[in-house]
Design a protein around this ligand. Structure first.
Ligand code: BGC
Length: 354
């Protein structure tokens, strides 16, 4: 009996693989879209997942939404299940851009188009499109905020700065860091910004897993090694909110000098509260509703054989091909404009930020 079941299951999987993208669908006859998100631990991915699900359902699709607990193997098997259960398109925010090999091979064999969501999928020709925010610009916005806040073009300086970047396994992390450096490097070179720890390459300042705890312990080390003598810190340029939170925690317990400018990204609730309380200076806002709408539009265009909207065909080389991309615009939020950007737009309610 067990054997018969497993034979039947294999036949079903092979049939699904053979029918490929077009014909497969859910029980209701609607086409099914698989949405694979990295983790529920970070607020932004919960929002991305919820927005995608809502918009896809409103557009008439069935949705298989999965979160992979930041576990690459779990993400691979979730994607394989999406393929064998008849998804017509896959939307994937990869935990590690280069580690989805087997699942992507399976998608390719089954002719299932893959949209890389927010993070580029590396070293694979199975990825058809990429939708994200302009990741380099995110860093530029952070760098420009620092230049403006310190009035670097006019002030005498020098000012002390530290950096915290993202996960080396996430292709976005380098774009954020390089974008910020493209703005602040010249002030480091001419001595107006001084990196007291001396740590200024991506490798030195990266945060594996983007973990708040990882960022916090590196910040604690830096503060106790380089700032315990009363040296003042003017800026800590963090690539995103989870790392900014780690730095903020480290400062609270290990630093009593003048409070530095801290940058971030995502406008997570905790960080937005910190902005209001003066503990974080800014956060780059990437409206996940905009990205979800764009991706749902792309799914529709793919499934009806229309030209798919892209606005960048040069930047995102995944090692095998340049992936046609749609880049949404990031903006910055701080204590002065958050009401307009986050509350008036319906992203948060006032109560959520109390
Ligand atoms: C996303 C950021 C996010 C980070 C950590 C990046 O790929 O673009 O918005 O903060 O991952 O999850």
């Amino acid at each position: 009996m067990k054997k018969l079941l497993s034979v039947l299951l294999s036949v079903a999987v092979i049939a699904t693989l053979l029918t490929g993208c077009g014909g497969a669908g859910g029980a209701s006859g609607a086409k099914k879209v698989g949405v694979s998100m990295p983790t529920k631990d970070l607020q932004r991915w919960n929002q991305d997942g919820a927005n995608m699900e809502k918009e896809l359902k409103a557009a008439g699709y069935e949705v298989d939404l999965q979160f992979a607990n930041n576990d690459v193997q779990q993400q691979v098997s979730q994607i394989e299940n999406m393929i064998s259960s008849g998804c017509s398109v896959l939307v994937i925010a990869a935990i590690e851009g280069s580690s989805l090999g087997e699942a992507l091979d399976m998608a390719k064999k089954a002719n299932i188009p893959v949209i890389a969501y927010d993070r580029l999928i590396m070293n694979s020709d199975a990825v058809s499109y990429y939708a994200t925010f302009d990741n380099f610009k995110v860093g530029v916005v952070q760098g420009e905020y620092v230049v403006k806040s310190l009035d670097l073009d006019n002030a005498a300086g020098p000012f002390n700065i530290e950096f915290t970047a993202g996960d080396p396994g996430d292709n976005n992390a380098g774009f954020f860091f390089n974008g910020a450096m493209s703005v602040v490097q010249k002030y480091i070179d001419d001595g107006k910004l001084n990196v007291v720890s001396g740590q200024k390459t991506f490798e030195e300042v990266a945060t594996p897993t983007w973990g708040t705890d990882v960022a916090q312990s590196r910040a604690e080390n830096i503060l106790s090694s380089f700032y315990a003598d009363g040296t003042e810190l003017d800026v800590w340029l963090c690539s995103n909110d989870s790392t900014a939170l780690g730095v903020t925690n480290a400062l609270a317990a290990n630093y009593t000098g003048k409070y530095p400018i801290i940058t971030g990204q995502d406008c997570d609730i905790e960080n937005t509260k910190n902005m209001i309380a003066g503990k974080q200076s800014m956060s780059v806002f990437k409206d996940t509703r905009t990205l979800a709408s764009q991706v749902v539009k792309m799914v529709g265009q793919i499934l009806s054989n229309q030209t798919v909207d892209v606005n960048d065909t040069t930047t995102y080389d995944n090692g095998v091909k340049v992936v046609p991309s749609f880049l949404c615009e990031p903006v910055f939020a701080d204590a002065n404009n958050y009401k307009q950007i986050l509350i008036d737009s319906g992203y948060y309610t006032e109560d959520q930020l109390k």
